[in-house]
Design a protein around this ligand. Structure first.
Ligand code: UT7
Length: 333
């Protein structure tokens, strides 16, 4: 039976560090409030003229490919998750494919917000398990900083988000001891407007983009933070347990949990719920904030760099976000 294995990880974050104190120049907030409520100390914002969504993804992908000992020619398919693409269409996967010189190879752009990377991983895993492709490049990349409202009116979302990209190379293997064991995907559109950006979209009468939309704030991220928080702490636990029981494991079998970096309080709650020690959960939200689809692959690549991914370890990825969506992946490293 064919499985898929992660054989290379990479990430890229912009050089531009924006501290909590820097944010106080634009909005009424404080370093103390942000750290206490979210755990975040600083995040990265893209530098115009240097970073774009696809350029960051390309840098992360090149690093992942190099670490896998492969070149872009070896890749059969790109699955690219982002909610902040370079263009409205076509998606950023096309731009990255062009940059990597892979014309003719299929690319798939998906959204799925904070669960985007786990969804993308699952899609690539199914392609490989079915035998359709042997090698896949899975990417999460976001430029959130140009979407958020940096005035006091937008402070409940603005302080959370950051920019960055992460990538993983998946390859077919027949080794059941070193592979993705299973992935689990969920969504509930009943909560679509609890975390969303309305415009530009076709929900409007007349033109999809108008001058009035800017004044109405249609381009801003609207979030019911308390609802997101309450659902997140339940769904994270559920979807992790689903992955464990599907494979005959329980929480004490987990070596490492890499959760989506939404809020340190969510992460701590899930860690305690699962009975895991602090060093069994990767948290880098302090330095990068919430980078949506990029947060898990960045954290995973950092974990690998720190030597935290050991041969045979049971690794769990878990995400929750807008949609609502929630998802997990259980991996034997
Ligand atoms: O990846 C998925 C995406 N999102 C999430 O996972 C977010 C989940 N939600 C959260 O993390 C939290 O709900 C937030 C961090 C967004 C907000 O924290 P909270 O503890 O739920 O605060 P709150 O929204 O209940 O607001 C409490 C107070 C309010 O003031 P009053 O009404 O009590 O006077 C807010 O106006 O804090 C105020 N506030 C702020 N103050 C300073 C909200 N944002 C800020 C801010 N700085 N940035």
């Amino acid at each position: 039976m064919t499985h898929s294995r992660i054989i290379g990880l990479g990430y890229y974050v912009p050089n531009n560090i924006v501290t909590n104190n820097d944010l106080t120049e634009w909005m009424e907030t404080s370093d103390e409030w942000i750290q206490e409520r979210t755990g975040i100390k600083e995040r990265r914002y893209f530098e115009f003229g240097k970073d774009t969504n696809y350029s960051m993804a390309t840098a992360a992908s090149r690093q992942a490919l190099e670490r896998a000992g492969l070149t872009p020619d070896d890749v059969d398919v790109i699955v690219y998750a982002t909610i902040t693409p370079d263009y409205f269409f076509p998606g950023s996967a096309f731009l990255m494919q062009r940059e990597l010189g892979m014309a003719g190879k299929p690319v798939i752009d998906i959204r799925q917000q904070c669960s985007g990377f786990v969804y993308a991983l699952s899609i690539a895993d199914q392609f490989i398990k079915s035998g359709m492709y042997k090698t896949a490049l899975v990417v999460g990349s976001e430029i959130q900083s140009s979407w958020i409202d940096k005035s006091t009116a937008g402070r409940n979302t603005a302080v959370i988000f950051g920019d960055g990209a992460g990538a993983a190379v998946l390859q077919a293997t027949s080794d059941p001891e070193h592979c993705i064991l299973s992935t689990h995907l969920h969504a509930d559109g009943n909560f679509a407007e609890d975390l969303y950006v309305r415009d530009p979209g076709s929900s409007r009468a007349g033109r999809a983009v108008t001058k009035e939309m800017v004044e109405e704030g249609g381009f801003n991220v609207i979030m019911n933070g308390n609802a997101v928080f309450k659902h997140a702490i339940v769904r994270f636990g559920e979807v992790i347990n689903e992955a464990l029981s599907a494979n005959g494991y329980s929480p004490e079998d987990i070596n490492l949990l890499v959760p989506h970096q939404a809020n340190i309080r969510i992460s701590d709650y899930v860690r305690q719920q699962m009975g895991l020690a602090e060093n069994q959960v990767i948290n880098n939200i302090q330095r990068f904030g919430n980078t949506t689809a990029a947060s898990i692959p960045i954290a995973l690549a950092e974990a690998w760099e720190m030597g935290k991914l050991k041969d045979g370890d049971l690794l769990c990825l878990a995400a929750f976000g807008s949609g609502f969506t929630w998802a997990s992946a259980l991996i034997r490293w």
